[in-house]
Ligand binder design. Structure first.
Ligand SMILES: [Fe+2]
Length: 183
């Protein structure tokens, strides 16, 4: 890539022609990152299900696990539309969020509402990361004129938002109250 130390004019046509492939590369990189994250969640959510106590929370995470498998499948469709083979790139953020969730399980007692509250907190951080990612990628797909891909990403974005709201309602329903009663 040319920089200011080069003799080439800074505002040449060539620069703007090169801009779109760079943006497309950035987009593909983001897709590979969230593909890794979704697959990581498929292996990580069962630990959360196993650690949770409230049947309502267990059911919520179980349902989201199925949804997450669908999100990974939807991303495979995105790769297909991009003419690429599905490829995962390690997502450091999701790895960190998962470790935080595991840390909460290790530091709380099994069978307590306090642990359930911790699992909800960790799960909502994951949802917000996914909402930010899918929101940004949907917008980027639109900018790049990839409308069919934008539509697929938007579907997942909607499901992530619903999952986040469901977790809030599970917490408000009775778990937070129960946890506040625990010594
Ligand atoms: Fe997801």
């Amino acid at each position: 890539m040319k920089n200011e130390t080069n003799t080439e004019p800074k505002f040449s046509t060539k620069t703007s022609v090169n801009a779109e492939p760079a943006l497309l590369e950035l987009f593909k990189d983001g897709i590979m990152d969230i593909y890794w994250a979704e697959n990581h969640l498929v292996t990580n959510l069962p630990k959360m299900i196993h650690a949770a106590t409230s049947s309502e929370l267990v059911k919520t995470i179980e349902d989201h696990l199925e949804q997450t498998k669908g999100h990974a499948g939807r991303l495979e469709k995105v790769f297909e539309l991009l003419g690429e083979k599905p490829q995962a790139k390690k997502c450091d953020a999701m790895e960190g969020l998962s470790k935080e969730g595991e840390g909460i399980i290790e530091s709380t007692e099994s069978g307590t509402a306090t642990r359930d509250v911790g699992i909800i907190l960790a799960s909502q951080k994951v949802e917000h990361y996914e909402i930010a990612t899918y929101g940004g990628l949907t917008q980027l797909a639109k900018t790049l004129g990839l409308d069919a891909i934008a539509e697929l990403l938007y579907q997942t974005l909607t499901e992530e938002k619903a999952a986040d709201e469901l977790l809030t309602s599970v917490a408000e329903h009775n778990i937070n109250y129960k946890a506040s009663e625990e010594a």
